[in-house]
Design a protein around this ligand. Structure first.
Ligand code: PMV
Length: 313
């Protein structure tokens, strides 16, 4: 048998954090990075084994009751459960190859789970439909994030730009005018559950002030959707700057992200903001034409760990 399945990363353009509280957010697939799972037959009696191709750490994970706190083993377990696979496990070796940096805000966790669930269900000749896959990946996300909004699994499973709102039917976005972003990594990260937890405490302490900020972010996402769908993408720049300012007010930016956003704007970006959980991780800067290389270089000179161009749409 030789089966493989892939899942791409993702970028959040507008609305992170507020999306946890029911406001809309916009996210797009990031095809520059991906997770891939290959499946081979394992030795008889081996059950499902997961191998991390690029890891130095003990890399073989058996799927059993002891390993369910491991996201990969838990994904496999949920797939077998969903398919009502009873009796002995299938003897399969699943190998993970991923170019998605972990904890970088590119949705590594959701992409790895998606690729694994796709590969395992295909190997069992019962490929999951997108709704079932999305439910499984969300359940795995809950293991590490606590209260994920569901935006990561949705954009990664459906592989379409999404206007995402909790508890609402999926809305995909059409992008008539592609636009260009520089994606830069700050060089450090903070786990998303930490920033999400801090925002939760802030909201509990000051519900009125913080609730207003969530609503302002939701309004930005709605306006951004209209601009994207009407092809007025240059006008997204000021909205990104405003979204970044509101994320600062939620305490999820930091000095390095603020400085890198400023550097991108000074080098000619139309707007810049952090993207994802914050306090490190990624920022995105909107660029046009000849600014692209200048902004990318300026970010690297200012200390960004990496910076690359991504075309949206
Ligand atoms: O760190 P990321 O890129 O997975 O960001 C998650 C986005 C948040 O809104 C901060 C959390 C969530 O569950 O939506």
């Amino acid at each position: 048998m030789h089966i493989q399945a892939t899942a791409y990363g993702k970028l959040i353009l507008f609305g992170e954090h507020a999306v946890v509280y029911g406001q809309p957010a916009i996210a797009v697939p990031l095809t520059a990075v991906s997770a891939r799972i290959t499946v081979e037959n394992g030795p008889p009696g081996s059950g499902v084994q997961i191998v991390l191709a690029e890891s130095d750490a003990p890399s073989r994970i058996l799927v059993d009751d002891q390993t369910l706190d491991n996201a990969l083993a838990y994904t496999a377990h949920l797939v077998l459960q969903h398919l009502e696979y009873s009796g002995a496990q299938p003897d399969l070796k699943l190998t993970l190859h991923s170019s998605i940096p972990i904890g970088a805000g590119f949705g590594s966790g959701a992409a790895v789970s998606t690729a694994l669930a796709r590969a395992l269900s295909t190997a069992l000749e019962r490929p999951l439909d997108k709704a079932a896959l999305n439910d499984i990946v969300y359940t795995v996300e809950e293991l590490h994030h606590g209260t994920p909004s569901g935006i990561d699994n949705t954009v990664i499973v459906y592989e379409k730009p999404v206007f995402f709102q909790r508890e609402e039917a999926l809305t995909t976005l059409s992008i008539p005018e592609p636009f260009t972003l520089i994606v830069a990594h700050a060089g450090h990260t903070t786990p998303t559950h930490i920033t999400v937890g801090d925002v939760g405490r802030l909201f509990a302490a000051e519900p009125s002030r913080i609730g207003t900020i969530f609503e302002q972010i939701g309004t930005l996402s709605r306006t951004a959707r209209r601009l994207i769908e009407s092809g007025s993408t240059a006008a997204l720049g000021p909205l990104m700057n405003e979204n970044h300012r509101l994320l600062q007010a939620l305490t999820v930016s930091d000095e390095i992200l603020d400085r890198l956003c400023e550097v991108a704007r000074e080098a000619g970006a139309l707007g810049a903001k952090l993207s994802g959980g914050g306090r490190g991780g990624n920022l995105i800067a909107l660029v046009e034409g000849n600014q692209e290389e200048m902004v990318r270089r300026a970010l690297l000179v200012a200390g960004a760990a990496r910076a690359f161009t991504s075309t949206v749409g």
